[in-house]
Design a protein around this ligand. Sequence first.
Ligand code: HEC
Ligand code: HEC
Ligand code: HEC
Ligand code: HEC
Length: 324
Amino acid sequence: MLIASGLAAVADAASDPAKVVGPNACAECHKQETEAWKGSHHFKTFSEMPRSTKATEIAKKMGVRRIRTESLCASCHYTVQQKETAQQPIAGISCESCHSGGKDWIKIHSEFSGKTILFESKAEAASRWKLSESKGMIRPRAVYQLAKNCYGCHVVPEEDLVNKGGHKAGSDFELVSWSQGEVRHNTWHSKGRDNVPASAARMRMLYLVGLGVDLETALRGIGRAKARWLYAFEMAKRADRARKQLAAAAKAAPNVPEIAKMVELGHAAGLKLNNERALTAAADGLSTLLVRITETYDGSTMAGLDGLIPKPDKYKGMARKPAS
Ligand code: HEC
Ligand code: HEC
Ligand code: HEC
Ligand code: HEC
């Protein structure tokens, strides 16, 4: 793993450097998705972040001399690859930061079981995807795993970095609005003709699972907090906000009883210091429940949530439109 044990949450989010093939390898086939990525903050942070005044300030307070090679910063801002003798940052947040390191699945997922797309049977395609997933690939349908990666970075669950370094303790991250703007690259299944938004049913899943993971990540963050200071307050605020949003969702979609269970779990442990065991148990319970939700529902019966889901005017940045 990239970093020492104290940074467990960050290590979750970062993909294993030994498995990283780098975005150029993906770009060979995924040209449109790569173009969309190049227009995002995730791409630009590689060159821009270390040059900003704020970065220098944070680095100074943290005793970091070279941001580029500091694993603490790299774990959230960069894609790190294992080279022969050392680990090297090779890009900003890239394909494998979200879809996971590709070394063991890049060939499998793209080879149509050694045939061509026309001659691969349905059963063969299904087993190709199953194998790819067992090798670590996070596909778009794995909403929970995708969300875990986003929130693992965006909640910024790092106490020292926030309290001592003055780094932002996360932001108003929400999965629909933050995935459907500049990050959107749904250009493959339309063969590059369009960059289609997620379907209405999928938006509901993104919204609900996003809130659940927000709460889960914040509970774990409070559990690890040591000081009655900014970081702990921010994490507690975050957990409380997610609980309230989930309570509204439970009311709006009473046909999905799992949402009320999530709210219950959110209240199962006090949002206070020295409570790691109870907070972690609640977070683990949420995790199990969220996986079950993704296995049971596809969003089609959750129209009740539509009034709560952020609309396009709230999307973060502009989605790239491919040239037709
Ligand atoms: C040799 C060409 C090739 C390379 C290289 C490649 N892909 Fe793919 N990728 C494909 C093909 C072909 C499909 C669609 C397969 C299908 O629809 O059955 C695909 C589909 C996908 C999907 C959609 C999966 C789904 O559930 O529909 C994702 C995500 C993906 N690739 C990510 C990546 C990433 C990340 C990399 C780099 C680590 C990568 N690919 C490298 C050819 C490639
Ligand atoms: C746990 C993940 C995480 C770690 C670790 C982390 N960052 Fe960040 N950083 C973020 C996220 C997420 C944002 C974007 C905040 C937002 O708007 O949501 C950000 C934003 C920033 C920004 C403001 C945006 C910019 O590019 O100017 C700076 C500066 C920054 N980070 C510097 C650092 C430095 C320096 C380190 C290492 C000492 C570091 N970060 C470590 C997650 C992290
Ligand atoms: C910030 C996380 C993130 C990054 C970085 C990222 N992806 Fe994705 N990718 C996703 C998510 C989330 C979806 C599903 C989006 C949705 O449902 O609207 C997705 C969907 C896809 C799809 C399916 C597209 C379709 O038309 O349905 C492909 C292919 C893909 N990604 C490949 C890539 C490649 C290649 C890269 C790098 C150039 C990349 N992704 C970078 C998160 C990411
Ligand atoms: C490996 C850590 C990491 C992961 C995983 C990650 N992000 Fe980010 N993201 C960042 C950092 C760091 C920044 C700030 C980059 C900068 O501006 O310097 C950022 C910036 C963004 C921005 C731009 C925000 C702005 O200021 O306009 C959006 C939108 C975004 N992320 C969405 C997502 C979504 C959606 C996912 C999951 C599908 C995701 N991110 C996954 C670390 C990550």
